[in-house]
Each structure stands twice: as structure tokens, then as C-alpha cells.
Design a protein around this ligand. Structure first.
Ligand SMILES: Cc1ncc(C[n+]2csc(CCOP(=O)(O)OP(=O)(O)O)c2C)c(N)n1
Length: 656
């Protein structure tokens, strides 16, 4: 599989030494290795298959790591990793302790800037380029950004700034017409017009005169234009969008033709100031199932190479790594959200849905099919999505904004300034809250309770199972105020058949089990392991109350006060960082009600994720490591009980 060519490349220098007629064979080898590896590990298949030639060309033209290549989102860096000395570890891709699926500075000097969220590359590249200029150094800076990521506002902020600064910088626009699904918006239409410009040959003449005027580079560019007239469109369009912003536009160029790519990139390098190279690629190239359904293969779990069929293991703790589940498995939270949204839409015509370029992966697609006029895909534009929802709410609608927890971080001020300060009835549906597994620290949704809980007037909920997710969505939409529901990645419990949606009493927790020795107060995904912990504790003679908190804002002050006074030993459990999270809310509530915490007072133990970023790995293993499984919760409960009993200093009397 890793036959001769790829194995001979230990660094980009080896790649440069390879004769160009061997490059197609190298590209084929890389493709097979990526397909074979991702079929086992899961990962971003289609985006990576689309940039094999582009990555080869970049590493032949530029001198990484001296020249800095910054990958937007970073999900398309598998070829880059293979060409920069990571072939031997490639089989560990996305496994705990193995290669990350994204650029990591601690993994290689060739990974200059860490990404995971979209639309940051041009900003980072411009910062690096300006730093270079201040220091008087001499290297190239290249940002590689997809047409999807280019719809994110930050990319425009950066282009605007780059055009103004006139700094030497190359932006490679990898245009495959897709985000997850088709890239939407005026920009996408604009790029489509560039791709299919009917007046190509007519424009060429005008181009030649324009190109001739570019100091120093005119003649070579002009010659290049002549050489490229077969097959490839080579345009320099003065007065067009990028030119107007102050960048020199080169392209479009066939992103699977390595010699052409190399030539255009070399030309880009010679031009002074910021340059945008427009490259056309095919997402999923070389693997027919991914070419046919690039959305499904954007990020995939393990699959059968022969058929492309998913071969996810059975319903594990969090089930499959994607939202695809088997026939005998319970629905995923994403699917339950999608069905609940549909039911809400049917009950209330004020309900409208908004997605930021992720209609199917958030579950909004079913609603979109049923109510084509009541849903909006705004592009990878989380900030805009939130303020846009606020606008709809001002006019009487009840928008549901479906954005993964990690990506909603982007819209912090929009949630505060545009929704909460005005008390508008916008519902935030935060999928992938908690640990997400193989995508790692950029994608774990472990900050949302903190960033939402302090928003004025915001109600924040987390369901213990899929039925409660439906009830919480109805509660949120009915509230008439800002509300958020966070729920985890993967399968629901499948425990009970779907229930009729019902509103939950706001700020009220649910006592699931009563016992006088310790109270375990858990939220969301941590309720089930807490019940399991209580069963373990029972075997040790410790009787535990278990509470399904349901609400992180407002918390159930009354119940918490009773637990503090009657039991005096409380363990809070959440799949979220400790700082600002649910346990912090409980501690605040207890101290605000003038209860003393610590020796002589209420014994409170907050179980949560650590402050340092959690790396990629299997969710169940990570949770166990941080004591967020039944055993860890039971252990903490024993410690709290013993501390309250004054046994903390003495020998531990009970072992979990
Ligand atoms: C802020 C943010 N929102 C959403 C995502 C999820 N996401 C990852 S890749 C992607 C599509 C990117 O499209 P494009 O930039 O065209 O790259 P392609 O995958 O097509 O190569 C999206 C929406 C993200 N990474 N960051």
C-alpha cells in the first residue's frame, strides 16, 4: 500500500527531488493510503481526497517549514502530514496518543498554526506575514482556504485588511463548490461565474494587456497565460471582487494538474502584495462513493472500502462516531433533535430553523424538507446566524438556531448583545456538547454552560436522554425568552419509546432516587453514570440521592438548599470544564444562600473536566480517565461521605 514512492519521501525536500512524471503515481499512492486508513480510523475523507495534488504542488513550490503554510479548518491536512515525515505514524490517525486529524504545533514544525474552526487562516497568515516584515525576515506565507470557509465573515475581515496592508501573502482558494453540502450564498454564485466565465477567450486578450502592466511579473505571467490556453482557464480579472479588495487574482486553475498548479503558485510567489490563487478541485476525488456523496464522506466513521458502506461498531457508550446508526440501534441525539424540530414546526408556525452550513449534520434537513420556506442555511457564519435569528425573533418568529456547541463559541457577543440584552425568544440547539472523541480539543463542546449560563435571561438545559431533549426543545420554544439546550454526540439511550412533547417546569430538577448519605446531582449525559454509581454505592452500604438537574440556569435553589441541609454531602457531575460550569453554579447557589462549604459545612465535590484541553481519543476512555464514569463518580461520593464523617484524615474505609 505504501509502495515505493511515498516511502521514499521523508520530507518535502525528497518530494522536490522526485521527477514530475512520477507525481501522478505518488498522488495515487497517497489516495489509496488515505482511503485505506480512514476506512479504519474514520476521518475527513472527501476534503482530503480533493487536495492531494494541491498539497503536493504546495510542498514542491514552497520551502516548508521555512515558508509557512496555514490550512483553514485543518481537516484537509492528511497529504500534508504524509509529505512532512509522518507516514510511519499515519496508521495512528485520530487514535488516542496518535496523529491528530488537524494541524498540531506539537506534532510537527510543518504545522504552523492550529485550526479546527473555519475561516481563521487568512487572519493568522497575515499576522505571520506582518511579523516577518517587522523582523526583516524573508519567507513566504500561504493560507489555504476552502470556498465554504471563505463564507465566514472573518475571512473577509482578513482579506479586507490584507488588501489594505499590501503585505506579501498568498491565499489559495480551494474551490470544490461544497462546504458539507453545496456552498451557499452570493459568494458561491460569484465563484461559479468565475469558473464558467463564458467570455474566457475574449477576456484573455484584455488580460494579456493587464498582465503585461504588472511590474516584474508581467512577461512571465503573460507567457503562462499563453501556455495554459488548452484545458485550463487562466484569468486575471481586474475590477472583480478580490481585485477590488486589493489582492491580485490568479485563476481559476485545475487543482488536480500538478504542473499547472506549480506554475501558478510560482507566479503567485513572484507577485508583490497579497495574491489570491483560485484552484478548482473535486471533493472526494478518486473514491467513487465519496465523489457521489461528498457530504456523507466529509467526515466519516469506519467504512467498507469496497462498497463505501458504514461499518460502525454496535451501539457503544456513545455509539458511532458520526450520526449514522445501524438499523437495530437507538436514534442519535441529532436525529431526535431533527424529529422534535419537525414536531415543533407542525405545532407552531412561528418556529423557523437556522443552520450554519450544516443542515444534515445538525438534523435540520428533515425540517427543511417539510417547511422549505421556514429554514435558512446562512453559510459557515455562526455570528450572522445568531443576529439573523434575533431579527426573525423581533418580528414574532421563534427561531431555533442549530449549531454545534464548539462552533457557537464564535457567536458569543451576538448571543449577548443581539439576543439576550433584548430578551428575544431565540432557541439555541447545541449538538456535540461534551467530549466529541476523535476530533479533539478544537471540537469538544465543553465550554457552553460557562458561556451561556452568565447571559442575562438565558435558560440553559441539558437532557438526560432523548425524550427529555424533545421536552426541553418544546420548553425552550415556548418560553418567550432566550434558551439553550445542550446535548451530546452519538446515540440516545433507546430506553423508552418516544413520548409526547411536554413542557418542563423551568429551573426545577428531578429527583430520580433518594438516599440519605450523599446527593449526586448530575446534568445531561452524566445522569446515567450517576445512577450506575448509586447502585455501586448501595453495595458499599452508602445510600445516594441522585438528581437529574435538567437546568444549569436557573439551578434549582430550593432543592439544592434541601440537599445541603438534609444530607450535607453533594457531588455535582457534568461533562464540561469545572470553571463556570454546572458545579460552579451549584457552589454559587449554596454560598449565595449563606450556606457554608467545606469543613463543618456542606461537603461539595465538583466532578468535571480538567482545565487543560482534553486531547482526542475515545469518549468513554477519556471520561473514565477524568473520573466521569460510574466508578469515578462512586469513588468521589465515597470520599465526600467520609470527609463529612470526619474520616478524611483516617484510613479510607470503603473501596469502590
Ligand atoms: C466555525 C466553524 N463552523 C463549522 C465548522 C464545520 N465544518 C468543518 S469543515 C466545513 C466545511 C468547509 O468547507 P470548505 O472550506 O469549502 O472545505 P472543504 O471541506 O469543502 O474542503 C464545516 C462547515 C467548522 N469547522 N468551523
Amino acid at each position: 500500500m505504501t509502495g515505493g514512492l511515498l516511502a521514499s519521501i521523508r520530507s518535502p525536500e525528497d518530494l522536490k527531488a522526485l521527477p514530475s512524471d512520477r507525481l501522478p503515481a505518488l498522488a495515487a499512492e497517497i489516495r489509496s493510503l488515505i482511503i485505506e486508513t480512514v476506512s479504519r480510523t474514520g476521518g475527513h475523507l472527501a476534503p482530503n481526497l480533493g487536495v492531494v495534488e494541491l498539497s503536493i504542488a504546495l510542498h514542491r513550490v514552497f520551502q516548508s517549514p521555512r515558508d509557512r503554510i496555514i490550512w483553514d479548518v485543518g481537516h484537509q491536512t492528511y497529504t500534508h502530514k504524509l509529505l512532512t515525515g509522518r507516514l510511519d505514524r499515519f496508521h495512528t490517525l485520530r487514535q488516542e496518543g496518535g496523529l491528530s486529524g488537524f494541524p498540531r504545533r506539537d506534532e510537527s514544525p510543518h504545522d504552523v498554526f492550529e485550526t479546527g474552526h473555519s475561516s481563521t487562516s487568512i487572519s493568522a497568515a497575515l499576522g505571520i506575514a506582518e511579523a516577518r516584515d517587522i523582523k526583516g525576515e524573508d519567507f513566504e506565507v500561504v493560507a489555504v482556504i476552502g470556498d465554504g470557509a471563505l463564507t465566514g465573515g472573518q475571512a473577509f475581515e482578513a482579506l479586507n485588511n490584507a488588501g489594505d496592508r499590501k503585505t506579501d501573502l498568498i491565499v489559495v482558494l480551494n474551490d470544490n463548490e461544497l462546504s458539507y453540502g453545496p456552498t451557499v450564498g452570493g459568494l458561491a454564485s460569484y465563484l461559479a461565474r468565475l469558473r464558467t466565465h463564458p467570455a474566457y477567450s475574449r477576456v484573455r486578450h484584455g488580460l494579456e494587456t493587464f498582465v503585461q502592466r504588472i511590474p516584474l511579473v508581467g512577461p512571465p505571467l503573460h507567457q503562462l497565460g499563453r501556455r495554459l490556453k488548452g484545458g485550463v482557464k487562466y484569468l486575471v480579472l481586474p475590477g472583480m471582487l478580490f481585485e477590488e479588495l486589493g489582492l491580485t487574482y490568479l485563476g481559476p486553475v485545475d487543482g488536480h494538474n500538478i504542473p499547472l498548479l506549480e506554475e501558478v503558485l510560482r507566479q503567485g510567489r513572484r507577485i508583490k502584495g497579497p495574491v489570491l490563487v483560485h484552484v478548482l478541485t473535486k471533493k472526494g476525488k478518486g473514491f467513487p462513493p465519496a465523489e457521489a456523496d461528498p457530504d456523507r464522506f466529509h467526515g466519516t466513521g469506519p467504512f467498507d472500502v469496497a462498497t463505501g458502506e458504514s461499518r460502525e461498531p454496535g451501539a457503544g457508550f456513545r455509539g458511532p462516531s458520526t450520526s449514522v446508526n445501524g438499523p437495530s440501534q437507538p436514534a442519535t441525539y441529532t436525529q431526535v433533535f431533527g424529529e422534535s424540530l419537525l414536531r415543533l414546526g407542525e405545532r407552531d408556525e412561528r418556529v423557523v430553523a437556522i443552520t450554519a452550513a450544516m443542515a444534515s449534520s445538525t438534523g435540520v434537513a428533515a425540517f427543511a424538507r417539510r417547511f422549505p420556506d421556514r429554514w435558512f442555511d446562512v453559510g459557515i457564519c455562526e455570528q450572522h446566524a445568531v443576529t439573523f435569528a434575533a431579527g426573525l425573533a423581533v418580528e414574532g418568529f421563534r427561531p431555533v438556531v442549530a449549531i454545534y456547541s464548539t462552533f457557537l463559541q464564535r457567536a458569543y457577543d451576538q448571543i449577548l448583545h443581539d439576543v439576550c440584552l433584548q430578551g428575544l425568544p431565540v432557541t439555541f440547539a447545541l449538538d456535540r456538547s461534551g467530549l466529541v472523541g476523535a476530533d479533539g480539543p478544537t471540537h469538544h463542546g465543553v465550554y457552553d454552560l460557562a458561556y451561556l449560563r452568565m447571559m442575562p435571561g438565558m435558560t440553559v438545559m441539558a437532557p438526560r436522554d432523548e425524550n427529555e431533549l424533545g421536552h426541553m426543545l418544546l420548553t425552550a420554544v415556548s418560553l418567550g425568552r432566550p434558551a439553550a439546550v445542550r446535548y451530546p454526540r452519538g446515540l440516545g439511550s433507546g430506553r423508552t419509546p418516544p413520548e409526547e412533547l411536554r413542557e418542563l417546569p423551568v429551573g426545577k430538577a428531578e429527583v430520580l432516587r433518594e438516599g440519605g448519605d450523599v446527593a449526586i446531582v448530575a446534568i445531561g449525559s452524566m445522569v446515567e453514570p450517576s445512577l450506575a454509581a448509586a447502585r455501586k454505592l448501595e453495595r458499599l452500604g452508602i445510600r445516594a440521592t441522585v438528581v437529574n438537574a435538567r437546568f444549569a440556569a436557573p439551578v434549582d435553589d430550593e432543592l439544592l438548599g434541601m440537599l445541603a441541609d438534609d444530607i450535607g454531602a453533594i457531588v455535582t457531575v457534568e461533562e464540561h470544564v469545572a470553571s463556570g460550569g454546572f458545579g460552579a453554579a451549584v457552589a454559587e447557589a449554596l454560598t449565595d444562600s449563606r450556606r457554608r462549604l467545606g469543613p463543618g459545612g456542606v461537603r461539595l465535590r465538583r466532578l468535571a473536566l480538567p482545565p487543560d484541553p482534553v486531547q482526542h481519543g475515545k469518549v468513554e476512555c477519556l471520561l473514565a480517565r477524568f473520573g466521569l464514569d460510574a466508578e469515578g463518580i462512586a469513588r468521589a461520593a465515597v470520599e465526600v461521605v467520609e470527609a463529612r464523617e470526619g474520616a478524611a484524615e483516617g484510613p479510607v474505609v470503603r473501596r469502590v
